[in-house]
Write a protein that binds this ligand. Structure first.
Ligand SMILES: O=P(O)(O)OC[C@H]1O[C@H](OP(=O)(O)OP(=O)(O)O)[C@H](O)[C@@H]1O
Ligand SMILES: O=c1cc[nH]c(=O)[nH]1
Ligand SMILES: [Mg+2]
Length: 212
């Protein structure tokens, strides 16, 4: 797995406010959207394009446009939903699939409660959105769903990662034999005994949408 940490002072600045426990939900949602727009710039660096002929007011010119099939963006509910607007702002023609997954707080294993993806993902560039990569279980399972439908070009976009989760995900992906790129805002210190990222930002879903 190729791991790319988007080192940029604006990202570090916004992440700091996002982490702060005093940041309220509306601000947390706005910061998440802004961060994703910055990360999406990195994550889409290899988006597929094709030549496109136009006329400027001065002369003909050859530019580029996004290729078809359109990219697929897959937010992992709930928390990944907070990243969707920021991503499709940069990729307005993308289609959107959904995966609803929740981690069991005791076993830390993810279960899937919603799944709406196109049947055939061969030849599609897929962007999976989830703010937190903790143990890596949720992202590993999501990537497995995409690979089962033929995806072979997957980029995961996260705000924060734990080193343990990156290592575990990398191990699992080696078995799948599919190239995956991970673009993240930061790699934190570690996981705590409850599977939370340290220093992290707490429960991203709760901070976006409240404790339900
Ligand atoms: O890497 P992992 O150990 O699998 O943990 C990360 C997952 O945990 C959080 O979701 P959560 O289960 O809290 O669901 P939510 O988005 O509905 O809050 C987060 O958004 C990831 O999906
Ligand atoms: O720190 C963590 C770990 C998993 N899920 C979260 O929302 N936060
Ligand atoms: Mg949560």
């Amino acid at each position: 797995m190729r791991v790319q940490v988007a080192n940029h002072p604006l990202i570090a600045h916004k992440l700091t406010y996002l982490r702060d426990e005093r940041t309220d939900s509306p601000t947390f949602r706005r910061l998440t959207e802004e961060l994703v727009t910055l990360l999406a710039y990195e994550a889409t660096r290899s988006v597929r394009v094709e030549p496109f002929e136009i006329n400027t007011p001065v002369s003909p010119a050859t530019g580029i446009k996004l290729s078809t099939p359109k990219p697929l963006v897959v937010p992992i509910l709930r928390a990944g939903l907070g990243m969707l607007e920021g991503m499709v702002r940069l990729l307005p023609s993308a289609e959107v699939g959904f995966l609803g997954m929740q981690r069991n707080e005791e076993t830390l294993e993810a279960i899937t409660y919603a799944n709406r993806l196109p049947d055939d993902l061969s030849g599609r560039q897929c962007y999976v959105l989830d703010p937190m990569l903790a143990t890596g279980g949720t992202l590993a399972m999501s990537i497995q769903y995409l690979v089962d439908r033929g995806a072979d070009d997957i980029t995961a976009v996260t705000l924060l990662c734990a080193p343990e989760g990156i290592e575990a995900l990398d191990d699992q992906l080696r078995e799948l034999d599919v190239p995956v790129t991970l673009v993240t805002g930061a790699i934190d210190e570690r996981l705590n005994e409850k599977g939370y990222i340290v220093p992290g930002l707490g429960d991203a879903g709760d901070r976006l949408y409240g404790v339900v």
